[in-house]
Design a protein around this ligand. Sequence first.
Ligand SMILES: NC(=O)c1ccc[n+]([C@@H]2O[C@H](COP(=O)([O-])OP(=O)(O)OC[C@H]3O[C@@H](n4cnc5c(N)ncnc54)[C@H](O)[C@@H]3O)[C@@H](O)[C@H]2O)c1
Length: 364
Amino acid sequence: MTNLKPFQPTPDADTVLITGVAGYIGGQTALAFHDAGWRVIGVDNLSVGTRDTVPECVEFIHADCRDPDLAARIAPFNPVAAVHFAGLIRVDESVRKPVDYYDVNFCAAGAFFRTVQALGIEALVFSSTAAVYGDGLNGPITEDTPLSPASPYGRSKLATEWMLRDFCTSSGARAVILRYFNVAGADPQGRRGPRRDATHLIKRVAEAAVDPSRTMMIFGNDYDTPDGTCVRDFIHVADLAQAHVAAVAYLLNGGDSVTLNCGYGTGFSVHQVIARAAAIIGRKFDIRIAPRRAGDPVFVVANPGLLQKTLNWVPQYNDLDKILRAAIKWEWRMTRPVQMPAPRTNDKVDHGTAPCDPQPDIRM
Ligand SMILES: NC(=O)c1ccc[n+]([C@@H]2O[C@H](COP(=O)([O-])OP(=O)(O)OC[C@H]3O[C@@H](n4cnc5c(N)ncnc54)[C@H](O)[C@@H]3O)[C@@H](O)[C@H]2O)c1
């Protein structure tokens, strides 16, 4: 089913429940719902996120998704849809602590689905990942590309997808499963960005952009790609957040359960990303080539055709430079909050650059 009708929250159906709301994508999505006129109830156990990373617009419940009292605490808010972000996300850590990953990503999700059922919510969006696909792919990935997750993280997410489908079949709920590719960037209005301890490539590039003493590590430059480095599809976090708003609208308009890849369909190599960032900041990075990392797939690029068609999703920030500028600007704010000048009055999205540093003007 295709959703082409916008869904406007109404007084009877104006509240969305978001787990993992203190996190990078959950928090950005809370802002997107708020901006679209929704009331947002957010849950997080603050195991990774912190209280100050919960957006102010969120009515916050500090709880674990496994909390048996969660349904009772949420019920007075009467949410009509739920978006489940809460989880652990580090592939390398999942190899060392697989049971933790199954415990949080699978078991806590199951407990949350029970809460959703107790609340009578029938529209559910789940954060999945391109890590459910395997390696050895060299073309854009469609939703029916064979599944072969290479890590406990990917397997815990795929297992949860299966549980969610079975849950929907038995309960009558409907779900949109969104498989994210590489999420990057920061809020275009400067309200939030990646966590300080995030380890994604663009976060690392942003750190090296604002701190010339940092070295950029490239893990493997002998892959079978044009420049020898891995290729990824980077999706701006604000576009991804918008896809969640569209997914909830789709479900509330009666859409069937569906699984959708979230990317732009364009791949950039690690070298290309670093070169673009170098052009933006006007200096080269100190680069070191390190050995390949276990489990890094060579080529991970989405075919977003089904996402665009099903949700009528039109990205606003499909531009690597925009993603990099937003990420660098956020990093600048995080590392030099005291030195930030007031925003220029004629430029609402540009939060300025510090005047006392050779940092170039980074505009969105
Ligand atoms: N960041 C990415 O590039 C990416 C890519 C693919 C998929 N995803 C998925 O998106 C989701 C969100 O990712 P993110 O980058 O925002 O992660 P994040 O670590 O920034 O946020 C996750 C949040 O979930 C909370 N949380 C963890 N376990 C919980 C529990 N049991 N109960 C309540 N809260 C809990 C944490 O405190 C944290 O605030 C995850 O499910 C992840 O698997 C992320």
